[in-house]
Design a protein around this ligand. Structure first.
Ligand SMILES: Nc1ncnc2c1ncn2[C@@H]1O[C@H](COP(=O)(O)OP(=O)(O)O)[C@@H](O)[C@H]1O
Ligand SMILES: [Mg+2]
Length: 252
């Protein structure tokens, strides 16, 4: 769908979008297309329960646009990841606004990771429930998730993923909280960490549990590929959780 076509109700692209998104989301997409000069929303890369990711084109370059669905983002399930996060302490959460906070949280986490040198899609912008970021992949197809990667060098990507996760925890002081072979993309010999809306700072009350869960997921996946736990680079916090996480954050 091209920018000029978006407002016309008779446009086939708009009609398809009408079925998938509510009116507020359609307005947000329209605003994003104007503000970020999006020339074309190409095709959906992924359609999940809570979000849809599109490949789009801005000044001849590919970008990714992730749109959170208003209706299916469960209020209670996302709340626990926002309420313990000091960055959103002052936020008033309602059923209709939580999805905007969620999109902004993913944007801020990506920015934080990028600043610490963690491989992730570079964030471009966020407006309401629409997030724009670097697209990982070629014009023909997106970079594969680690679970679908079937090259001989899968070990390279598993080790790379653990190194990136270690950086995320130790440098960004963020715990992914949904790390698995689904949320790691294999791109140009490096693993990229994606889907960080739910990621929380190490001061979140559940941070340690989330860290253990993330790492256990990766240990199970690595084992299936013949890599043992002691061969993986694990964050130091896995073995010894910091006594005062708040102090570490203040130093950051
Ligand atoms: N920046 C990106 N570049 C290429 N593909 C992406 C990008 N972000 C997401 N994807 C694809 O879309 C899928 C869903 O994105 P994700 O952020 O994991 O959302 P969710 O799992 O919440 O639906 C990913 O598994 C990946 O295949
Ligand atoms: Mg995901």
């Amino acid at each position: 769908m091209r920018a000029g076509e978006f407002r016309r109700g008779d446009d086939p692209g708009r009609k398809t979008m009408d079925k998938v998104f509510d009116a507020r989301t359609l307005d947000a997409i329209y605003e994003v297309m104007k503000r970020f000069k999006v020339d074309l929303i190409d095709y959906p890369v992924s359609t999940g329960k809570e979000s849809v990711v599109f490949k789009a084109i801005v000044r001849k370059k590919n970008i990714a646009i992730k749109i959170y669905k208003m209706s299916t983002l469960g209020f209670n399930s996302v709340r626990e990841y926002i309420e313990g996060d000091y960055r959103f302490e002052k936020e008033k959460l309602s059923r209709s606004s939580i999805v905007y906070v969620w999109a902004r949280k993913e944007f801020i986490n990506l920015r934080n990771m990028e600043e610490s040198g963690v491989k992730c899609p570079v964030p471009i912008g966020v407006h309401k429930n629409v997030l724009l970021m670097q697209y990982l992949g070629t014009s023909l197809k997106p970079a594969p998730q680690l679970r679908n990667y079937n090259g001989d060098d899968i070990a390279v990507y598993i080790h790379s993923a653990m190194n990136q996760y270690k950086n995320m925890v130790e440098k960004s002081l963020l715990i992914h909280a949904d790390l698995s072979e689904y949320n790691i993309l294999c791109y140009r010999k490096n693993a990229y960490i994606i889907d960080v809306g739910q990621s929380v700072p190490i001061t979140h009350p559940m941070a340690r549990e989330f860290l253990n869960r993330d790492i256990n997921n990766m240990i199970v996946f690595a084992k299936k590929a013949g890599i043992l736990q002691n061969e993986l680079a694990l964050p130091t916090f896995y073995h010894s959780w910091p006594e005062d996480p708040h102090k570490l954050l203040r130093k950051q």
